[in-house]
Design a protein around this ligand. Structure first.
Ligand code: SAH
Ligand code: SF4
Length: 378
């Protein structure tokens, strides 16, 4: 947990924690300390996570004095929108948020299966939110815009939760619902293990937001000890692993952290995960022309995955400022996929969503300098 101090530099003191940083039991402890009966905490919890109320003033079920205490003690808007970009087809929207300390993160909402974009057979309507777990990232993957920024800090559980609640509220106002949450925005979720899993558990809580564990997909670069821990905790959350290369040398050149966790160790941990959870593992593979898109790499990948309940997502590399590689041509993507199909490994070629607004996979990075504008928060 990184306490955010917003006093000092900005010349005045504001509450440090956001209301979304509290677990139900912390909220209960707080309410008891203020001398309120236990049911008040449940009312607040339901107001926040069922009714999606945004401000203390919305909590008309509470006495005015309690609303005032809540307003004074906690930050209610941990995310201040800075810019919003919409893709040309209107189906992808990227929002840049400023956090309380001026750091910035991005969140991407993707719409699938809208009537206008419908191709038979009718696809189910999906609303998928891609959320960030860190500002920047320490893993330094060469082809990733977030990796190119370096690490700034972990997000708090509340900052992760708040991204989801904000978009759930926005969709609810349009008569829609969030259907999936993918932890594929900025940052490495398993490097920020505690806060990320706390956020998922909070959103999963049946007395609150009740978002099914299976509707989350956590994507990791492959931190082996954290994967083992995640497996042992036996959540129903989906796991995706960014593989991108089927031999250690190439993988370490693309993903420096792979030097620490060789493929043999990673695959052993994933086999254990699959055995413990009986869940399919998704493997992400960004195809870079002439680098990791050869039929030879595809055959090595098929060998690595043999006997494992797996699914491979292929995506031609999205362009980023700090990496010279290009996305593979459609012909090379098809050839790569064909090798996997031959080996009976389920494979999907993913659409390039939101690439025109730098909202595609691995393109998230805040470009503007943090500017302190404290009045954007309450
Ligand atoms: N840190 C986690 C999750 C965030 S990145 C992870 O690495 O898995 C989400 C996905 O985007 C990962 O699969 C990542 O490898 C991929 N990615 C990063 N940069 C990309 C790029 N330029 N083009 C395509 N995919 C990219
Ligand atoms: Fe971090 Fe994932 Fe980007 Fe690698 S691909 S730098 S782990 S966000």
């Amino acid at each position: 947990m990184y306490p955010i101090s917003v006093g000092g530099a900005w010349g005045y003191n504001r509450p440090m924690r956001s209301i979304y940083d509290l677990s139900l039991s912390e909220l209960q402890t707080q309410l008891a300390a203020w001398g309120y009966p236990a049911y008040r905490a449940r009312q607040i919890w339901q107001g926040l996570y069922r009714n999606l109320w945004a401000a203390p003033a919305d909590f008309h079920v509470l006495p005015a004095a309690l609303r005032a205490q809540l307003a004074e003690a906690y930050r209610w808007q941990p995310l201040a929108p800075v810019t919003e970009l919409r893709s040309a087809d209107g189906q992808t929207v990227k929002t840049l948020f400023r956090l309380a300390d001026g750091r910035q993160i991005e969140t991407v909402l993707m719409k699938y299966g809208d009537p206008a974009a419908e191709v038979p057979p009718r696809r189910k309507r999906r609303r998928t939110l891609c959320i960030s777990t860190q500002a920047g990232c320490a893993m330094g993957c060469t082809f990733c815009a977030t990796g190119q920024m370096g690490f700034q800090r972990h997000l708090t559980a509340g900052e992760i939760v708040a991204q989801v609640i904000r978009f759930a509220r926005q969709l609810a106002q349009q008569g829609e619902r969030l259907t999936n949450v993918v932890l594929m925005g900025m940052g490495e979720p398993l490097h920020n293990y505690e806060n990320t899993l706390q956020a998922i558990d909070r959103l999963n809580d049946s007395q609150g937001f009740a978002f099914g564990a299976r509707r989350f997909t956590l994507s990791t670069v492959g931190l082996v000890p954290a994967i083992r821990r995640f497996a042992a905790e036996k959540r129903q959350v989906g796991l995706a692993v960014s593989l991108h290369a089927a031999d250690d040398d190439l993988r370490a050149r693309m993903l420096p952290i792979a030097r620490r966790y060789p493929l043999a160790e990673l695959m052993a941990a994933l086999r254990e995960y699959a055995a413990q959870t009986r869940r399919r593992v998704t493997f992400e593979w960004a195809l870079v022309e002439g680098v990791n898109d050869s039929p030879q790499q595809a055959r090595q990948l098929a060998a690595l995955l043999s006997g494992l309940l797996a699914h491979v997502n292929l995506i031609p590399l999205n362009p980023t400022a700090g990496f010279a590689g290009r996305g593979s041509s459609a012909r090379r993507v098809r050839a790569f996929a064909a090798v996997l199909e031959e080996a009976k490994i389920p494979v999907t070629v993913r659409l390039r969503r939101g690439v025109d607004i730098q909202a595609g996979c691995g393109q998230l990075a805040s470009r503007t300098q943090p500017t302190a504008k404290p009045d954007a928060y309450s």
